[in-house]
Design a protein around this ligand. Structure first.
Ligand code: ACO
Length: 402
């Protein structure tokens, strides 16, 4: 049998591929993307079917274990996740060490990284039981941590999880419930949040997932690796795009100002980009954006939001970009972040929570990819090469002689 990895290892070739546009860093069985066809499959299942018929915790099971669960397996998985949604009470004190107005992403990087201190009884990467428990803990606790980061940033008391609720309803309640008032989660918002979670659950070797794999390749524990992934996700070219997109829509402000921003996006001397447009892999359309657009319409109808100025700008921008030759030629279509930002804004989330919600949704993808990497017997530490273009060898001169 031809061992392709051995062949590559022995080959006397050196590739220079900035941004890794054509280099596969691993083999994977988790997610398949066909950028030209606009196709996204989780373990072979089309994202559109999952978004329509499944729900986030079932998708978590599928991504982690490779197959859809039976009813009994799903029940057991949901029970296990539900039993771990609370965080250790001592973590509340840890939260209190942050500045009160810290960005929730800053808090999340710190708190998720600190899970390796709070839950060090599941950090032995060589022990399958530890891997399993850390995966469950991560999926169960990350919505609680994100909601706590939000509550802390607005000076409200933390809300404990209520585990008879669904995963998405529980998260919405932890964010929006206040003491002494009943909070009932609207089923349309619950479904929209669940879809946001499913659609962001995995996306093969994007920047944050590659960061998780690279960190994990050294044997670092999963909590540390996922904290690294969250840090990477924060950037505006990646998960931070949904926040940046909404801020851009607000900055544009009114429909009559759109041409000015379109002109800036086309100007090579201006670093401005239309946030929420374009994708490294999808060059025809982003299949997640299609589903998300439907959800956006449902949520806006439910909430009766029709003439909001930000939304008008979004709709007009979408129309212009789909017709303008610059965007058509460069295949710059609205991506998933364009619509998720609109939904989250309508639900009442501040823009600072958009990327934490992306992070909690992606946690399962990161952990599934980490598990796959760590279980590969032929796995190696990630160690990219470089093309050195610095000074040639030269002799040191003492400071007095410079
Ligand atoms: N607005 C204006 N022009 C753009 C945009 C944009 N949003 N995106 C790409 N372009 C242009 C570039 O200027 C470039 O033009 P050129 O060929 O004349 O030099 C061309 O399109 C190709 O752009 P690249 O940067 O090479 O494309 P790449 O595949 O590396 O980038 C990316 C993809 C980062 C998503 C980019 O489109 C972008 O910055 N979009 C805005 C940020 C965003 O929405 N990110 C979310 C990504 S999806 C996600 O993380 C869930």
């Amino acid at each position: 049998v031809l061992d392709i990895r051995k062949l590559y290892a022995q080959a006397d070739v050196f590739t220079f591929d900035p941004g890794f546009t054509s280099t596969a860093s691993c083999e994977s069985t988790i997610t398949y993307i066909d950028g030209d066809k606009g196709e996204l499959l989780y373990r072979g299942y089309p994202i559109e079917q999952l978004a329509e018929q499944s729900h986030h915790l079932e998708v978590c099971y599928l991504l982690l274990y490779g197959e859809l669960p039976t009813a009994a397996q799903l029940q057991d998985f949901e029970n296990r996740v539900t039993r771990h949604t609370m965080v250790h009470e001592q973590m509340h004190n840890f939260f209190r060490g942050f500045r009160r107005d810290a960005h929730p992403m800053a808090t999340m990087v710190g708190v998720v990284g600190a899970m390796s201190a709070f839950y060090h009884d599941s950090t032995d990467v060589n022990d399958p039981w530890h891997r399993e428990v850390s995966a469950i803990r991560m999926i169960a606790k990350i919505p609680t941590i994100a909601a706590m980061a939000y509550k802390y940033s607005i000076g409200q008391p933390f809300v404990y999880p209520k585990n008879e609720l669904s995963y998405s309803a529980n998260f919405l309640r932890m964010c929006f419930a206040v003491p002494a008032e009943d909070y009932v989660v609207n089923p349309i918002l619950e479904k929209a949040m669940d879809r946001i979670m499913m659609l962001h659950a995995d996306h093969e070797q994007n920047a944050s997932t590659s960061t998780v794999r690279l960190a994990g390749s050294s044997g670092a524990n999963p909590f540390a690796c996922i904290a690294a992934g969250i840090a990477c996700l924060w950037g505006p070219a990646h998960g931070g795009a949904n926040q940046a997109c909404l801020e851009m829509l607000r900055e544009i402000g009114t429909v009559d100002r759109i041409p000015e921003f379109i002109a800036r996006a086309k100007d090579k001397n201006d670093p401005f980009r239309l946030m929420g447009f374009g994708h490294r892999v999808y060059k025809n359309f982003d299949p997640r954006a299609k589903v998300m657009k439907e959800s956006a319409d449902e949520v806006l109808n439910l909430l009766g939001i029709h003439d909001n100025e930000t939304l008008k700008v979004a709709k007009e921008l979408e129309r212009i970009a789909l017709e303008d030759p610059y965007f058509v030629e460069k295949k710059l279509y609205p991506n998933v972040d364009f619509y998720s930002g609109i939904i989250l804004e309508a639900m009442g989330f501040p823009t600072s929570m958009f990327t934490p919600i992306f992070a909690l949704s992606r946690a399962v993808g990161w952990i599934a990819q980490w598990k796959e990497m760590i279980s590969d017997p032929a796995g190696k530490i990630g160690r990219p090469r470089q093309l050195y273009i610095g000074a040639a060898a030269r002799d040191y001169t003492p400071v007095s002689a410079r």
